[in-house]
Design a protein around this ligand. Structure first.
Ligand code: CA
Ligand code: CA
Ligand code: CA
Ligand code: CA
Length: 358
């Protein structure tokens, strides 16, 4: 049994002293952090090893209880889950690494949810539509926006609501970033055009765009994460928000997600993979650090905690209880109860809000 498993087991017993022990990473000094509990976990992915990677959350506007989580199985395709964690749909469409979505995309007179995923088999942006009426996800015909990248990796979407434009950001393991602007041809085909390119100094992956504030957040796995304008005309000089060197993030810096509240308020959540924690920042620049937490074992709900998280997503949408104040979905690198393939953990956002200082 590895040290990590021993520590994870210790967390289950839940005494204060042992909870402090839970916070000891293998490579970092002890850093006691608040622990929040997941209430639900998704079915394990169909592939062993490091396979689940990145989620997206679709809010069903007609019936919030019907909202869905789309998760990548980076060895196999996309899986769609209901809010109780059960499997709704599986698409075996190849090695999809990251996934994101935007609602209200018009194709052939219909308003659909557009879902984009970074396809490592073809080095393209794979496009899917989720039909709100049927709640089914389907790959668009001849979908695959060429990137010319050699190792496509992270992906996130951005919608400029004022101009009615939708963009996809993708990166390559070598640090290159591309911003694709989407449009629909007369025949109803979604096509893309690269409107901006820039580069980070080393391997990126996680990213997230703030549609309302027009901001893009990009992670550099070994270094930290940055902010820049999301518009194609914005300067590409990345403004550092936080760094591994500052001590609050432990490499790799992985998933980034934005919790939006009215009036530009809300939070940025970042996976600090190296110490199994999540760092929270103010949504408004300069994105002051708020606090960090871990996702521990929930003995009562029989759901194990999350560790070594790659991708994550968060929403403040009013979902049915227990997610009425929002939902955080995190990938879990070690699904230990029962021991099974990787999956995603669902955490009520109010748990996080209670855990972080205000
Ligand atoms: Ca995502
Ligand atoms: Ca990564
Ligand atoms: Ca776990
Ligand atoms: Ca489990």
């Amino acid at each position: 049994m590895s040290l990590k498993v021993v520590v994870e087991r210790a967390c289950v017993t839940g005494t204060l002293a042992l909870l402090a022990a839970c916070t000891v990473g293998e490579s970092v000094a002890a850093r006691p952090l608040p622990v929040v509990m997941p209430l639900v976990e998704t079915e394990p992915v169909a592939t062993r090893g490091d396979a689940a990677d990145d989620p997206a959350i679709w809010i069903d506007p007609a019936d919030p209880a019907g909202s869905l989580i789309i998760g990548t199985n980076k060895k196999r395709g996309l899986d769609v889950y209901r809010l109780d964690g059960s499997l709704h749909q599986t698409l075996e469409v190849g090695r999809m690494n990251n996934v994101d979505l935007r609602d209200g995309f018009g194709i052939a007179g219909r308003s659909l949810t557009l879902v984009a995923a970074s396809d490592r088999d073809r080095n393209v942006i794979a496009l899917f539509a989720l039909d709100p009426a049927t709640r089914r996800l389907a790959m668009l015909p001849d979908s695959g926006l060429d990137t010319g990248l050699t190792e496509i990796y992270g992906l996130c979407m951005y919608e400029d609501r004022d101009r009615g434009r939708t963009y996809v950001f993708v990166n390559d393991k070598d640090g290159r970033y591309q911003q694709h602007e989407l449009s629909v041809t007369a025949e109803g085909r979604v096509v893309g055009r690269i409107v901006r390119e820039f580069r980070l100094g080393s391997q990126p992956e996680g990213c997230a765009a703030d549609d309302e504030l027009g901001l893009l957040y990009v992670g550099e796995e070994g270094v930290g994460f940055y902010r820049m304008g999301a518009a194609p005309t914005a300067p590409t000089e990345p403004i550092p928000v936080d760094t591994v060197a500052a001590g609050r993030l432990v490499a790799d810096v992985e998933g980034i997600a934005i919790l939006t509240r009215p009036g530009g308020r809300g939070y940025i959540v970042v996976s600090s993979q190296g110490d199994n924690s999540y760092a929270v920042y103010e949504r408004q620049p300069p994105n002051a650090y708020v606090g960090s937490f871990r996702v521990g074992d929930n003995e009562q709900a029989r759901v194990d905690g999350a560790s070594e998280t790659d991708g994550l997503e968060v929403t403040s949408a009013k979902l049915p209880p227990p997610f009425s104040s929002g939902l955080l979905v995190v990938q879990d690198g070690a699904n230990t109860r029962p021991r099974a393939a990787q999956n995603f953990k669902l955490v009520p956002w109010d748990e996080v809000e209670r855990a972080i200082p205000r």
